[in-house]
Design a protein around this ligand. Structure first.
Ligand SMILES: [Mn+2]
Length: 454
């Protein structure tokens, strides 16, 4: 796929990224008495012990902090004072070819050494540091670590990993530029998919599978390359938060929820939009009510984004999302109880069971922002950090009609103050989620999604 990123600017940003990351790695190494870190790209994972197929390699995320390196038995070697070295495994048999590399801006800042297999990597490792117990292996293949000479307590030491995770919560200008491009690409997929669904005549509605394939085509991604399995859910399927079992047959399809992203240079986006067919294409008053819910959630999402600023605990924003949802339910006539009662009774949490969002970057659910447990009423919240300059995270409020949770809602005393006719009319549409990707700026934020997708 073509890119709008200027290659010269990207190379400059990348050089700065590597310089800053090298300094921060050097601090972590010093703290733990280490002279070197070996970041392993990964080993193939068998799909089943009973056949010979492996999953596509998902590289150990720590290598992606430097570069996307989805090449089996390659490694990045970090030694303070030396240029970071990529030991690139170029051994090939006649069954498989090399992966397609996007971008060549890496090689002005990193040293590239081509090696043959795991044995070739071993020959290039810092043996003195490994032998003296002053080097650690970062990866999940403990057998490979042993074969490279690492003793047990130098294989993925938890204290080192925790400090490396902390480095990932603040994004460099390079990572933000990549995330912006990942948002631009994902937006192409969302626009194509939502348009195909909303504009189709009733007799030619695309199926979930057709919409999933359309998204892949519009973003030029193969299914295993997407940051996470696309969620493409029509009607009641949208009440399954991670619906990935795409129906091949057409559904009656009043509503469509698409939660899907894209990657650029290993940095990911994660976007959700929900639409409903209304008016002449819709199914009457229920579709119109659901349309009002979608529009209300969209306003609410933008209000929450507007409140993002450094110093605010993310969990406060999460709690505010419940207050705003309660107000919206009252506005739509779905609830008569006070907003405070709807929140305090737990009613809003039956309709919005997941967290407001999560850190984003190398991984869709990136690490380092849940170092303390959330309040008991927010068990699934993945971000309990204090909002900090340079963090990237999602803001993704929703409202769902999940049969099992509606049963629990019906059992609460506050159920008498809900309009169950309206809830029953909305249930066949499944639910709504609206999700953007934000970077925290001085006094506020930059929305990386909205410039490309309303
Ligand atoms: Mn998300």
């Amino acid at each position: 796929m073509s890119t709008t990123v200027d290659p010269a600017a990207l190379a400059r940003l990348y050089a700065d990224h590597v310089r800053a990351l090298s300094a921060r790695y050097a601090e972590v190494l010093g703290k733990h008495g280490l002279d070197a870190l070996v970041l392993h790209a990964g080993s193939p994972q068998k799909k089943s012990a009973f056949d010979d197929q492996s999953w596509p390699l998902v590289s150990v995320p720590h290598t992606k902090h430097w570069l996307p390196l989805a090449v089996v038995d390659s490694a990045v070697v970090i030694e303070p004072g030396k240029q970071p070295r990529v030991l690139m495994n170029v051994a090939r048999d006649f069954w498989e070819g090399p992966p397609d590399e996007e971008g060549d801006h890496y090689w002005a800042a990193l040293e590239r050494v081509e090696v043959q297999g795991a044995e070739g990597v071993r020959a290039c490792l810092p043996h003195a540091a490994i032998g003296a117990g002053r080097a650690a292996f970062v990866g999940e293949d403990r057998a490979r670590a042993a074969s490279w000479g690492f003793v047990d307590d130098k294989v993925a030491p938890a204290a080192v990993l925790k400090d490396l995770d902390a480095l990932r919560t603040i994004k460099s200008a390079y990572e933000i530029a990549c995330m912006r491009e990942a948002n631009r690409r994902a937006a192409l997929g969302h626009a194509a998919t939502l348009r195909a669904f909303v504009e189709a005549p009733a007799s030619e509605l695309p199926s979930e599978l057709e919409l999933h394939l359309l998204y892949l085509a519009a973003t030029a991604q193969d299914d295993p390359e997407t940051p996470y399995k696309n969620i493409v859910a029509q009607d009641a399927h949208a009440a399954t938060l991670h619906h990935v079992q795409y129906r091949k047959r057409r559904m009656s399809a009043g509503s469509l929820l698409v939660d899907a992203g894209a990657s650029y240079c290993g940095i990911e986006s994660d976007i959700t939009r929900t639409v409903v067919r209304t008016g002449a294409r819709g199914s009457g008053a229920a579709a119109d009510l659901f349309g009002a819910l979608v529009a209300g959630l969209d306003r609410m999402q933008q209000e929450l984004c507007a409140r993002v600023k450094p110093g605010l605990p993310y969990e406060h924003l999460h709690n505010q999302s419940h207050e705003l949802l309660a107000a919206l339910l009252r506005e739509l006539g779905v609830a008569k109880a006070s907003a405070a009662a709807l929140v305090d009774s737990g009613a809003t949490r039956k309709l919005l069971p997941h967290g407001l969002g999560h850190s984003l970057g190398i991984q869709t659910h990136d690490v380092g922002c849940r170092n303390v447990a959330p309040e008991a009423r927010n068990p699934f919240l993945r971000n309990t950090s204090t909002i900090t300059l340079g963090q990237c995270f999602t803001i993704e409020p929703g409202c769902y009609f999940i049969p099992a949770l509606l049963d629990e809602l019906r059992a609460l005393p506050i159920a008498a103050e809900l309009d169950w006719k309206a809830i029953e009319a909305l249930t066949p549409f499944g639910g709504v989620r609206i999700e953007d990707n934000l970077v925290v700026r001085e006094g506020g934020h930059e929305n990386l999604t909205r410039p490309f997708l309303s």
